[in-house]
Write a protein that binds this ligand. Structure first.
Ligand SMILES: NC(=O)c1ncn([C@@H]2O[C@H](COP(=O)(O)O)[C@@H](O)[C@H]2O)c1NC=O
Length: 510
């Protein structure tokens, strides 16, 4: 028996009518009978194309404000019958059920309605019942039925139907069934996540429908994929394909620069997810120059991000550096031309899109999920722990350093001065190691640490860090506090004229 099937009928029930016209016209040309629901029927009729209202099949009107319109055995029988099953075919005849060869559905926009901040009642009404049932039924019966479950596929369907003169192959129908279960399971995950927003039910559903195969994973012998909507976040203007590691760095960069969103021009340079350069200045050119000065060695091959438009002078400086990715909210035309001067350099425009509020990572044989660390330390949150208070300049530097600390791998110590990163110790197994690494690095790039500030992502269990910091010139310290031995560090600061403020908030990043 041939597995290629010629369609003679289609049921169309779509929320968004955009993009439907060419498909409907093609069906009409191929003499495919079109059945349809209320709004879709009006749309098709207005195109001057014959359409059979679904009510003519069910002999029921649409009831309960549209909650029930296609949910009827005559509709589902038409979709689910097996064409090679004698009894199914006899029942079609007996109950006068029309054969439905193609089903096209565009579901009520549930996720968009939730995102719009609509009321619970509006959201509930956007839980599609009939549409999702049509999709499940048609996809289940892919041997006989073609299921089109998203408007993104209309072009492909039009091409397929045109090429096959109304026929589809089993292979195509199975492929469309897979797409349909992708749509239906994503839809149900979104509904579950909406209902379970307070996490009463101990279940986790992460559903991403946009996937991309990467060149490889973290290393060339590992396969890698990205599931997410990169295009929603960025316009890629130039350069090679982003790698797995590029994506991780871009993520780190975007989260870091978010802290400086409404600040003066700020430039960050990152390597392996940590910043090796950061500066806030009156111009973005100066911010870049001073960020680079933080560690011009590490900056090689780095990820660059700016919180404001990149102009010509900045682009000229950047062009001297080999870097993987440049990210900014915009570029002047001249700056863009300069940056495009290197073939592989990836240039991204960051769109104004909210980042997810939860983070997810694999752990053992499951996943760990947590709220994102959304707390940014502010001057108003600080309590003075010492007799000496930080100067206004130091206070600004303390907040600057604390913002960076939050986005650096633990254990970390950040040393900063005049809103410039002098050096940080990153991902160390002890806080003392992190501090020593930072001091050593800062000195190797000729930073004068006299008057510098120190930020620590967690409390000091002993006074050793403040002592080492003091001896290298640090005059002000910001830390969460909370150690049973806080007083030892405070006493040392008081005895040596250091100001220490406490935030009360730890910023571990593992
Ligand atoms: N209730 C039903 O039987 C039903 N059947 C189809 N729908 C949906 O109704 C929408 C199309 O409605 P209309 O053609 O009236 O504009 C589509 O999004 C479709 O998924 C239904 N609506 C909700 O469940």
């Amino acid at each position: 028996m041939s597995t290629t099937k010629k369609a003679s009928s289609a049921l169309i029930s779509v929320f968004h009518k955009d993009g439907l016209e060419p498909l409907v016209k093609k069906f009409n040309e191929l003499e495919i009978t079109i059945y349809s629901t209320g709004g879709t029927e009006t749309f098709i009729k207005d195109l001057g194309i014959d359409v059979v209202p679904v009510e003519d099949v069910t002999s029921y009107p649409s009831i309960l404000g549209g909650r029930v319109k296609t949910l009827h055995p005559k509709v589902f029988g038409g979709i689910l019958n097996r064409q090679d099953n004698k009894s199914d075919q006899e029942q079609l005849k007996e109950f006068e059920i029309p054969q439905l060869d193609i089903v096209i559905v565009d579901l009520y926009p549930f996720e968009k309605t939730v995102a719009s901040g609509a009321s619970e009642q509006d959201i509930i009404e956007k839980i599609d019942i009939g549409g999702i049932s049509l999709i499940r039924a048609a996809a289940k019966n892919y041997k006989d039925t073609l299921c089109v479950s998203t408007m993104n596929d209309y072009d492909e369907v039009l091409e397929m139907i045109t090429k096959g003169n109304g026929s589809t192959t089993l292979e195509d129908r199975r492929r469309f069934a897979t797409k349909s279960f992708n749509v239906s399971s994503h839809y149900d995950s979104a509904i579950f996540n909406y209902f379970n927003k307070n996490h009463e039910e101990a279940a986790f559903k992460l559903s991403e429908t946009n996937g991309q195969v990467l060149r490889y994973g973290e290393n060339p012998h590992q396969k890698g994929f990205f599931f997410g909507d990169f295009e929603a976040m960025f316009n890629k203007l130039h350069g090679k394909e982003l790698s797995y590691n590029n994506l991780l760095d871009v993520d780190a960069a975007v989260n870091l620069i978010q802290e400086f969103k409404n600040d003066a021009p700020t430039f960050a340079i990152l390597k392996h997810n940590n910043a090796c350069g950061l500066a806030t200045r009156p111009t973005i050119h100066q911010a870049y120059v001073d960020a680079l000065a933080g560690d011009p060695v590490s900056a090689f091959g780095g990820i660059l991000i700016s919180n404001v438009e990149i102009d010509k002078p900045t682009a000229e400086e950047i062009h001297n550096l080999f870097c993987e990715v440049v990210i900014a909210p915009s570029y002047t035309p001249v700056a863009l031309d300069i940056l495009k001067g290197k073939k592989n350099r990836i240039i991204l425009v960051q769109n104004e899109v909210d980042l997810p509020k939860m983070t997810v990572r694999t752990c053992l044989n499951g996943v760990l999920v947590q709220e994102k660390d959304e707390k940014t330390d502010k001057i108003a949150d600080l309590t003075n722990a010492t007799n000496k208070k930080p100067t206004d300049r130091e206070l600004e530097d303390l907040i600057f350093a604390s913002k960076l600390c939050k986005h650096t791998k633990s254990n970390t110590i950040v040393l900063a001065k005049n809103k410039q990163l002098c050096a940080s110790g990153t991902g160390q197994t002890s806080r003392v190691d992190a501090l020593n690494q930072a001091i050593h690095k800062a000195q190797s790039f000729n930073f004068d640490l006299n008057g510098a500030v120190l930020a620590s992502d967690a409390f000091f269990p002993f006074p050793d860090c403040v002592e080492i910091a003091h001896k290298s010139g640090v005059t002000s310290v910001i830390q969460p506090g909370g150690s049973i031995k806080d007083q030892l560090s405070i006493d040392y600061c008081n005895e040596n004229g250091i100001a220490m403020v406490m935030t009360g908030t730890r910023h571990f990043k593992h």
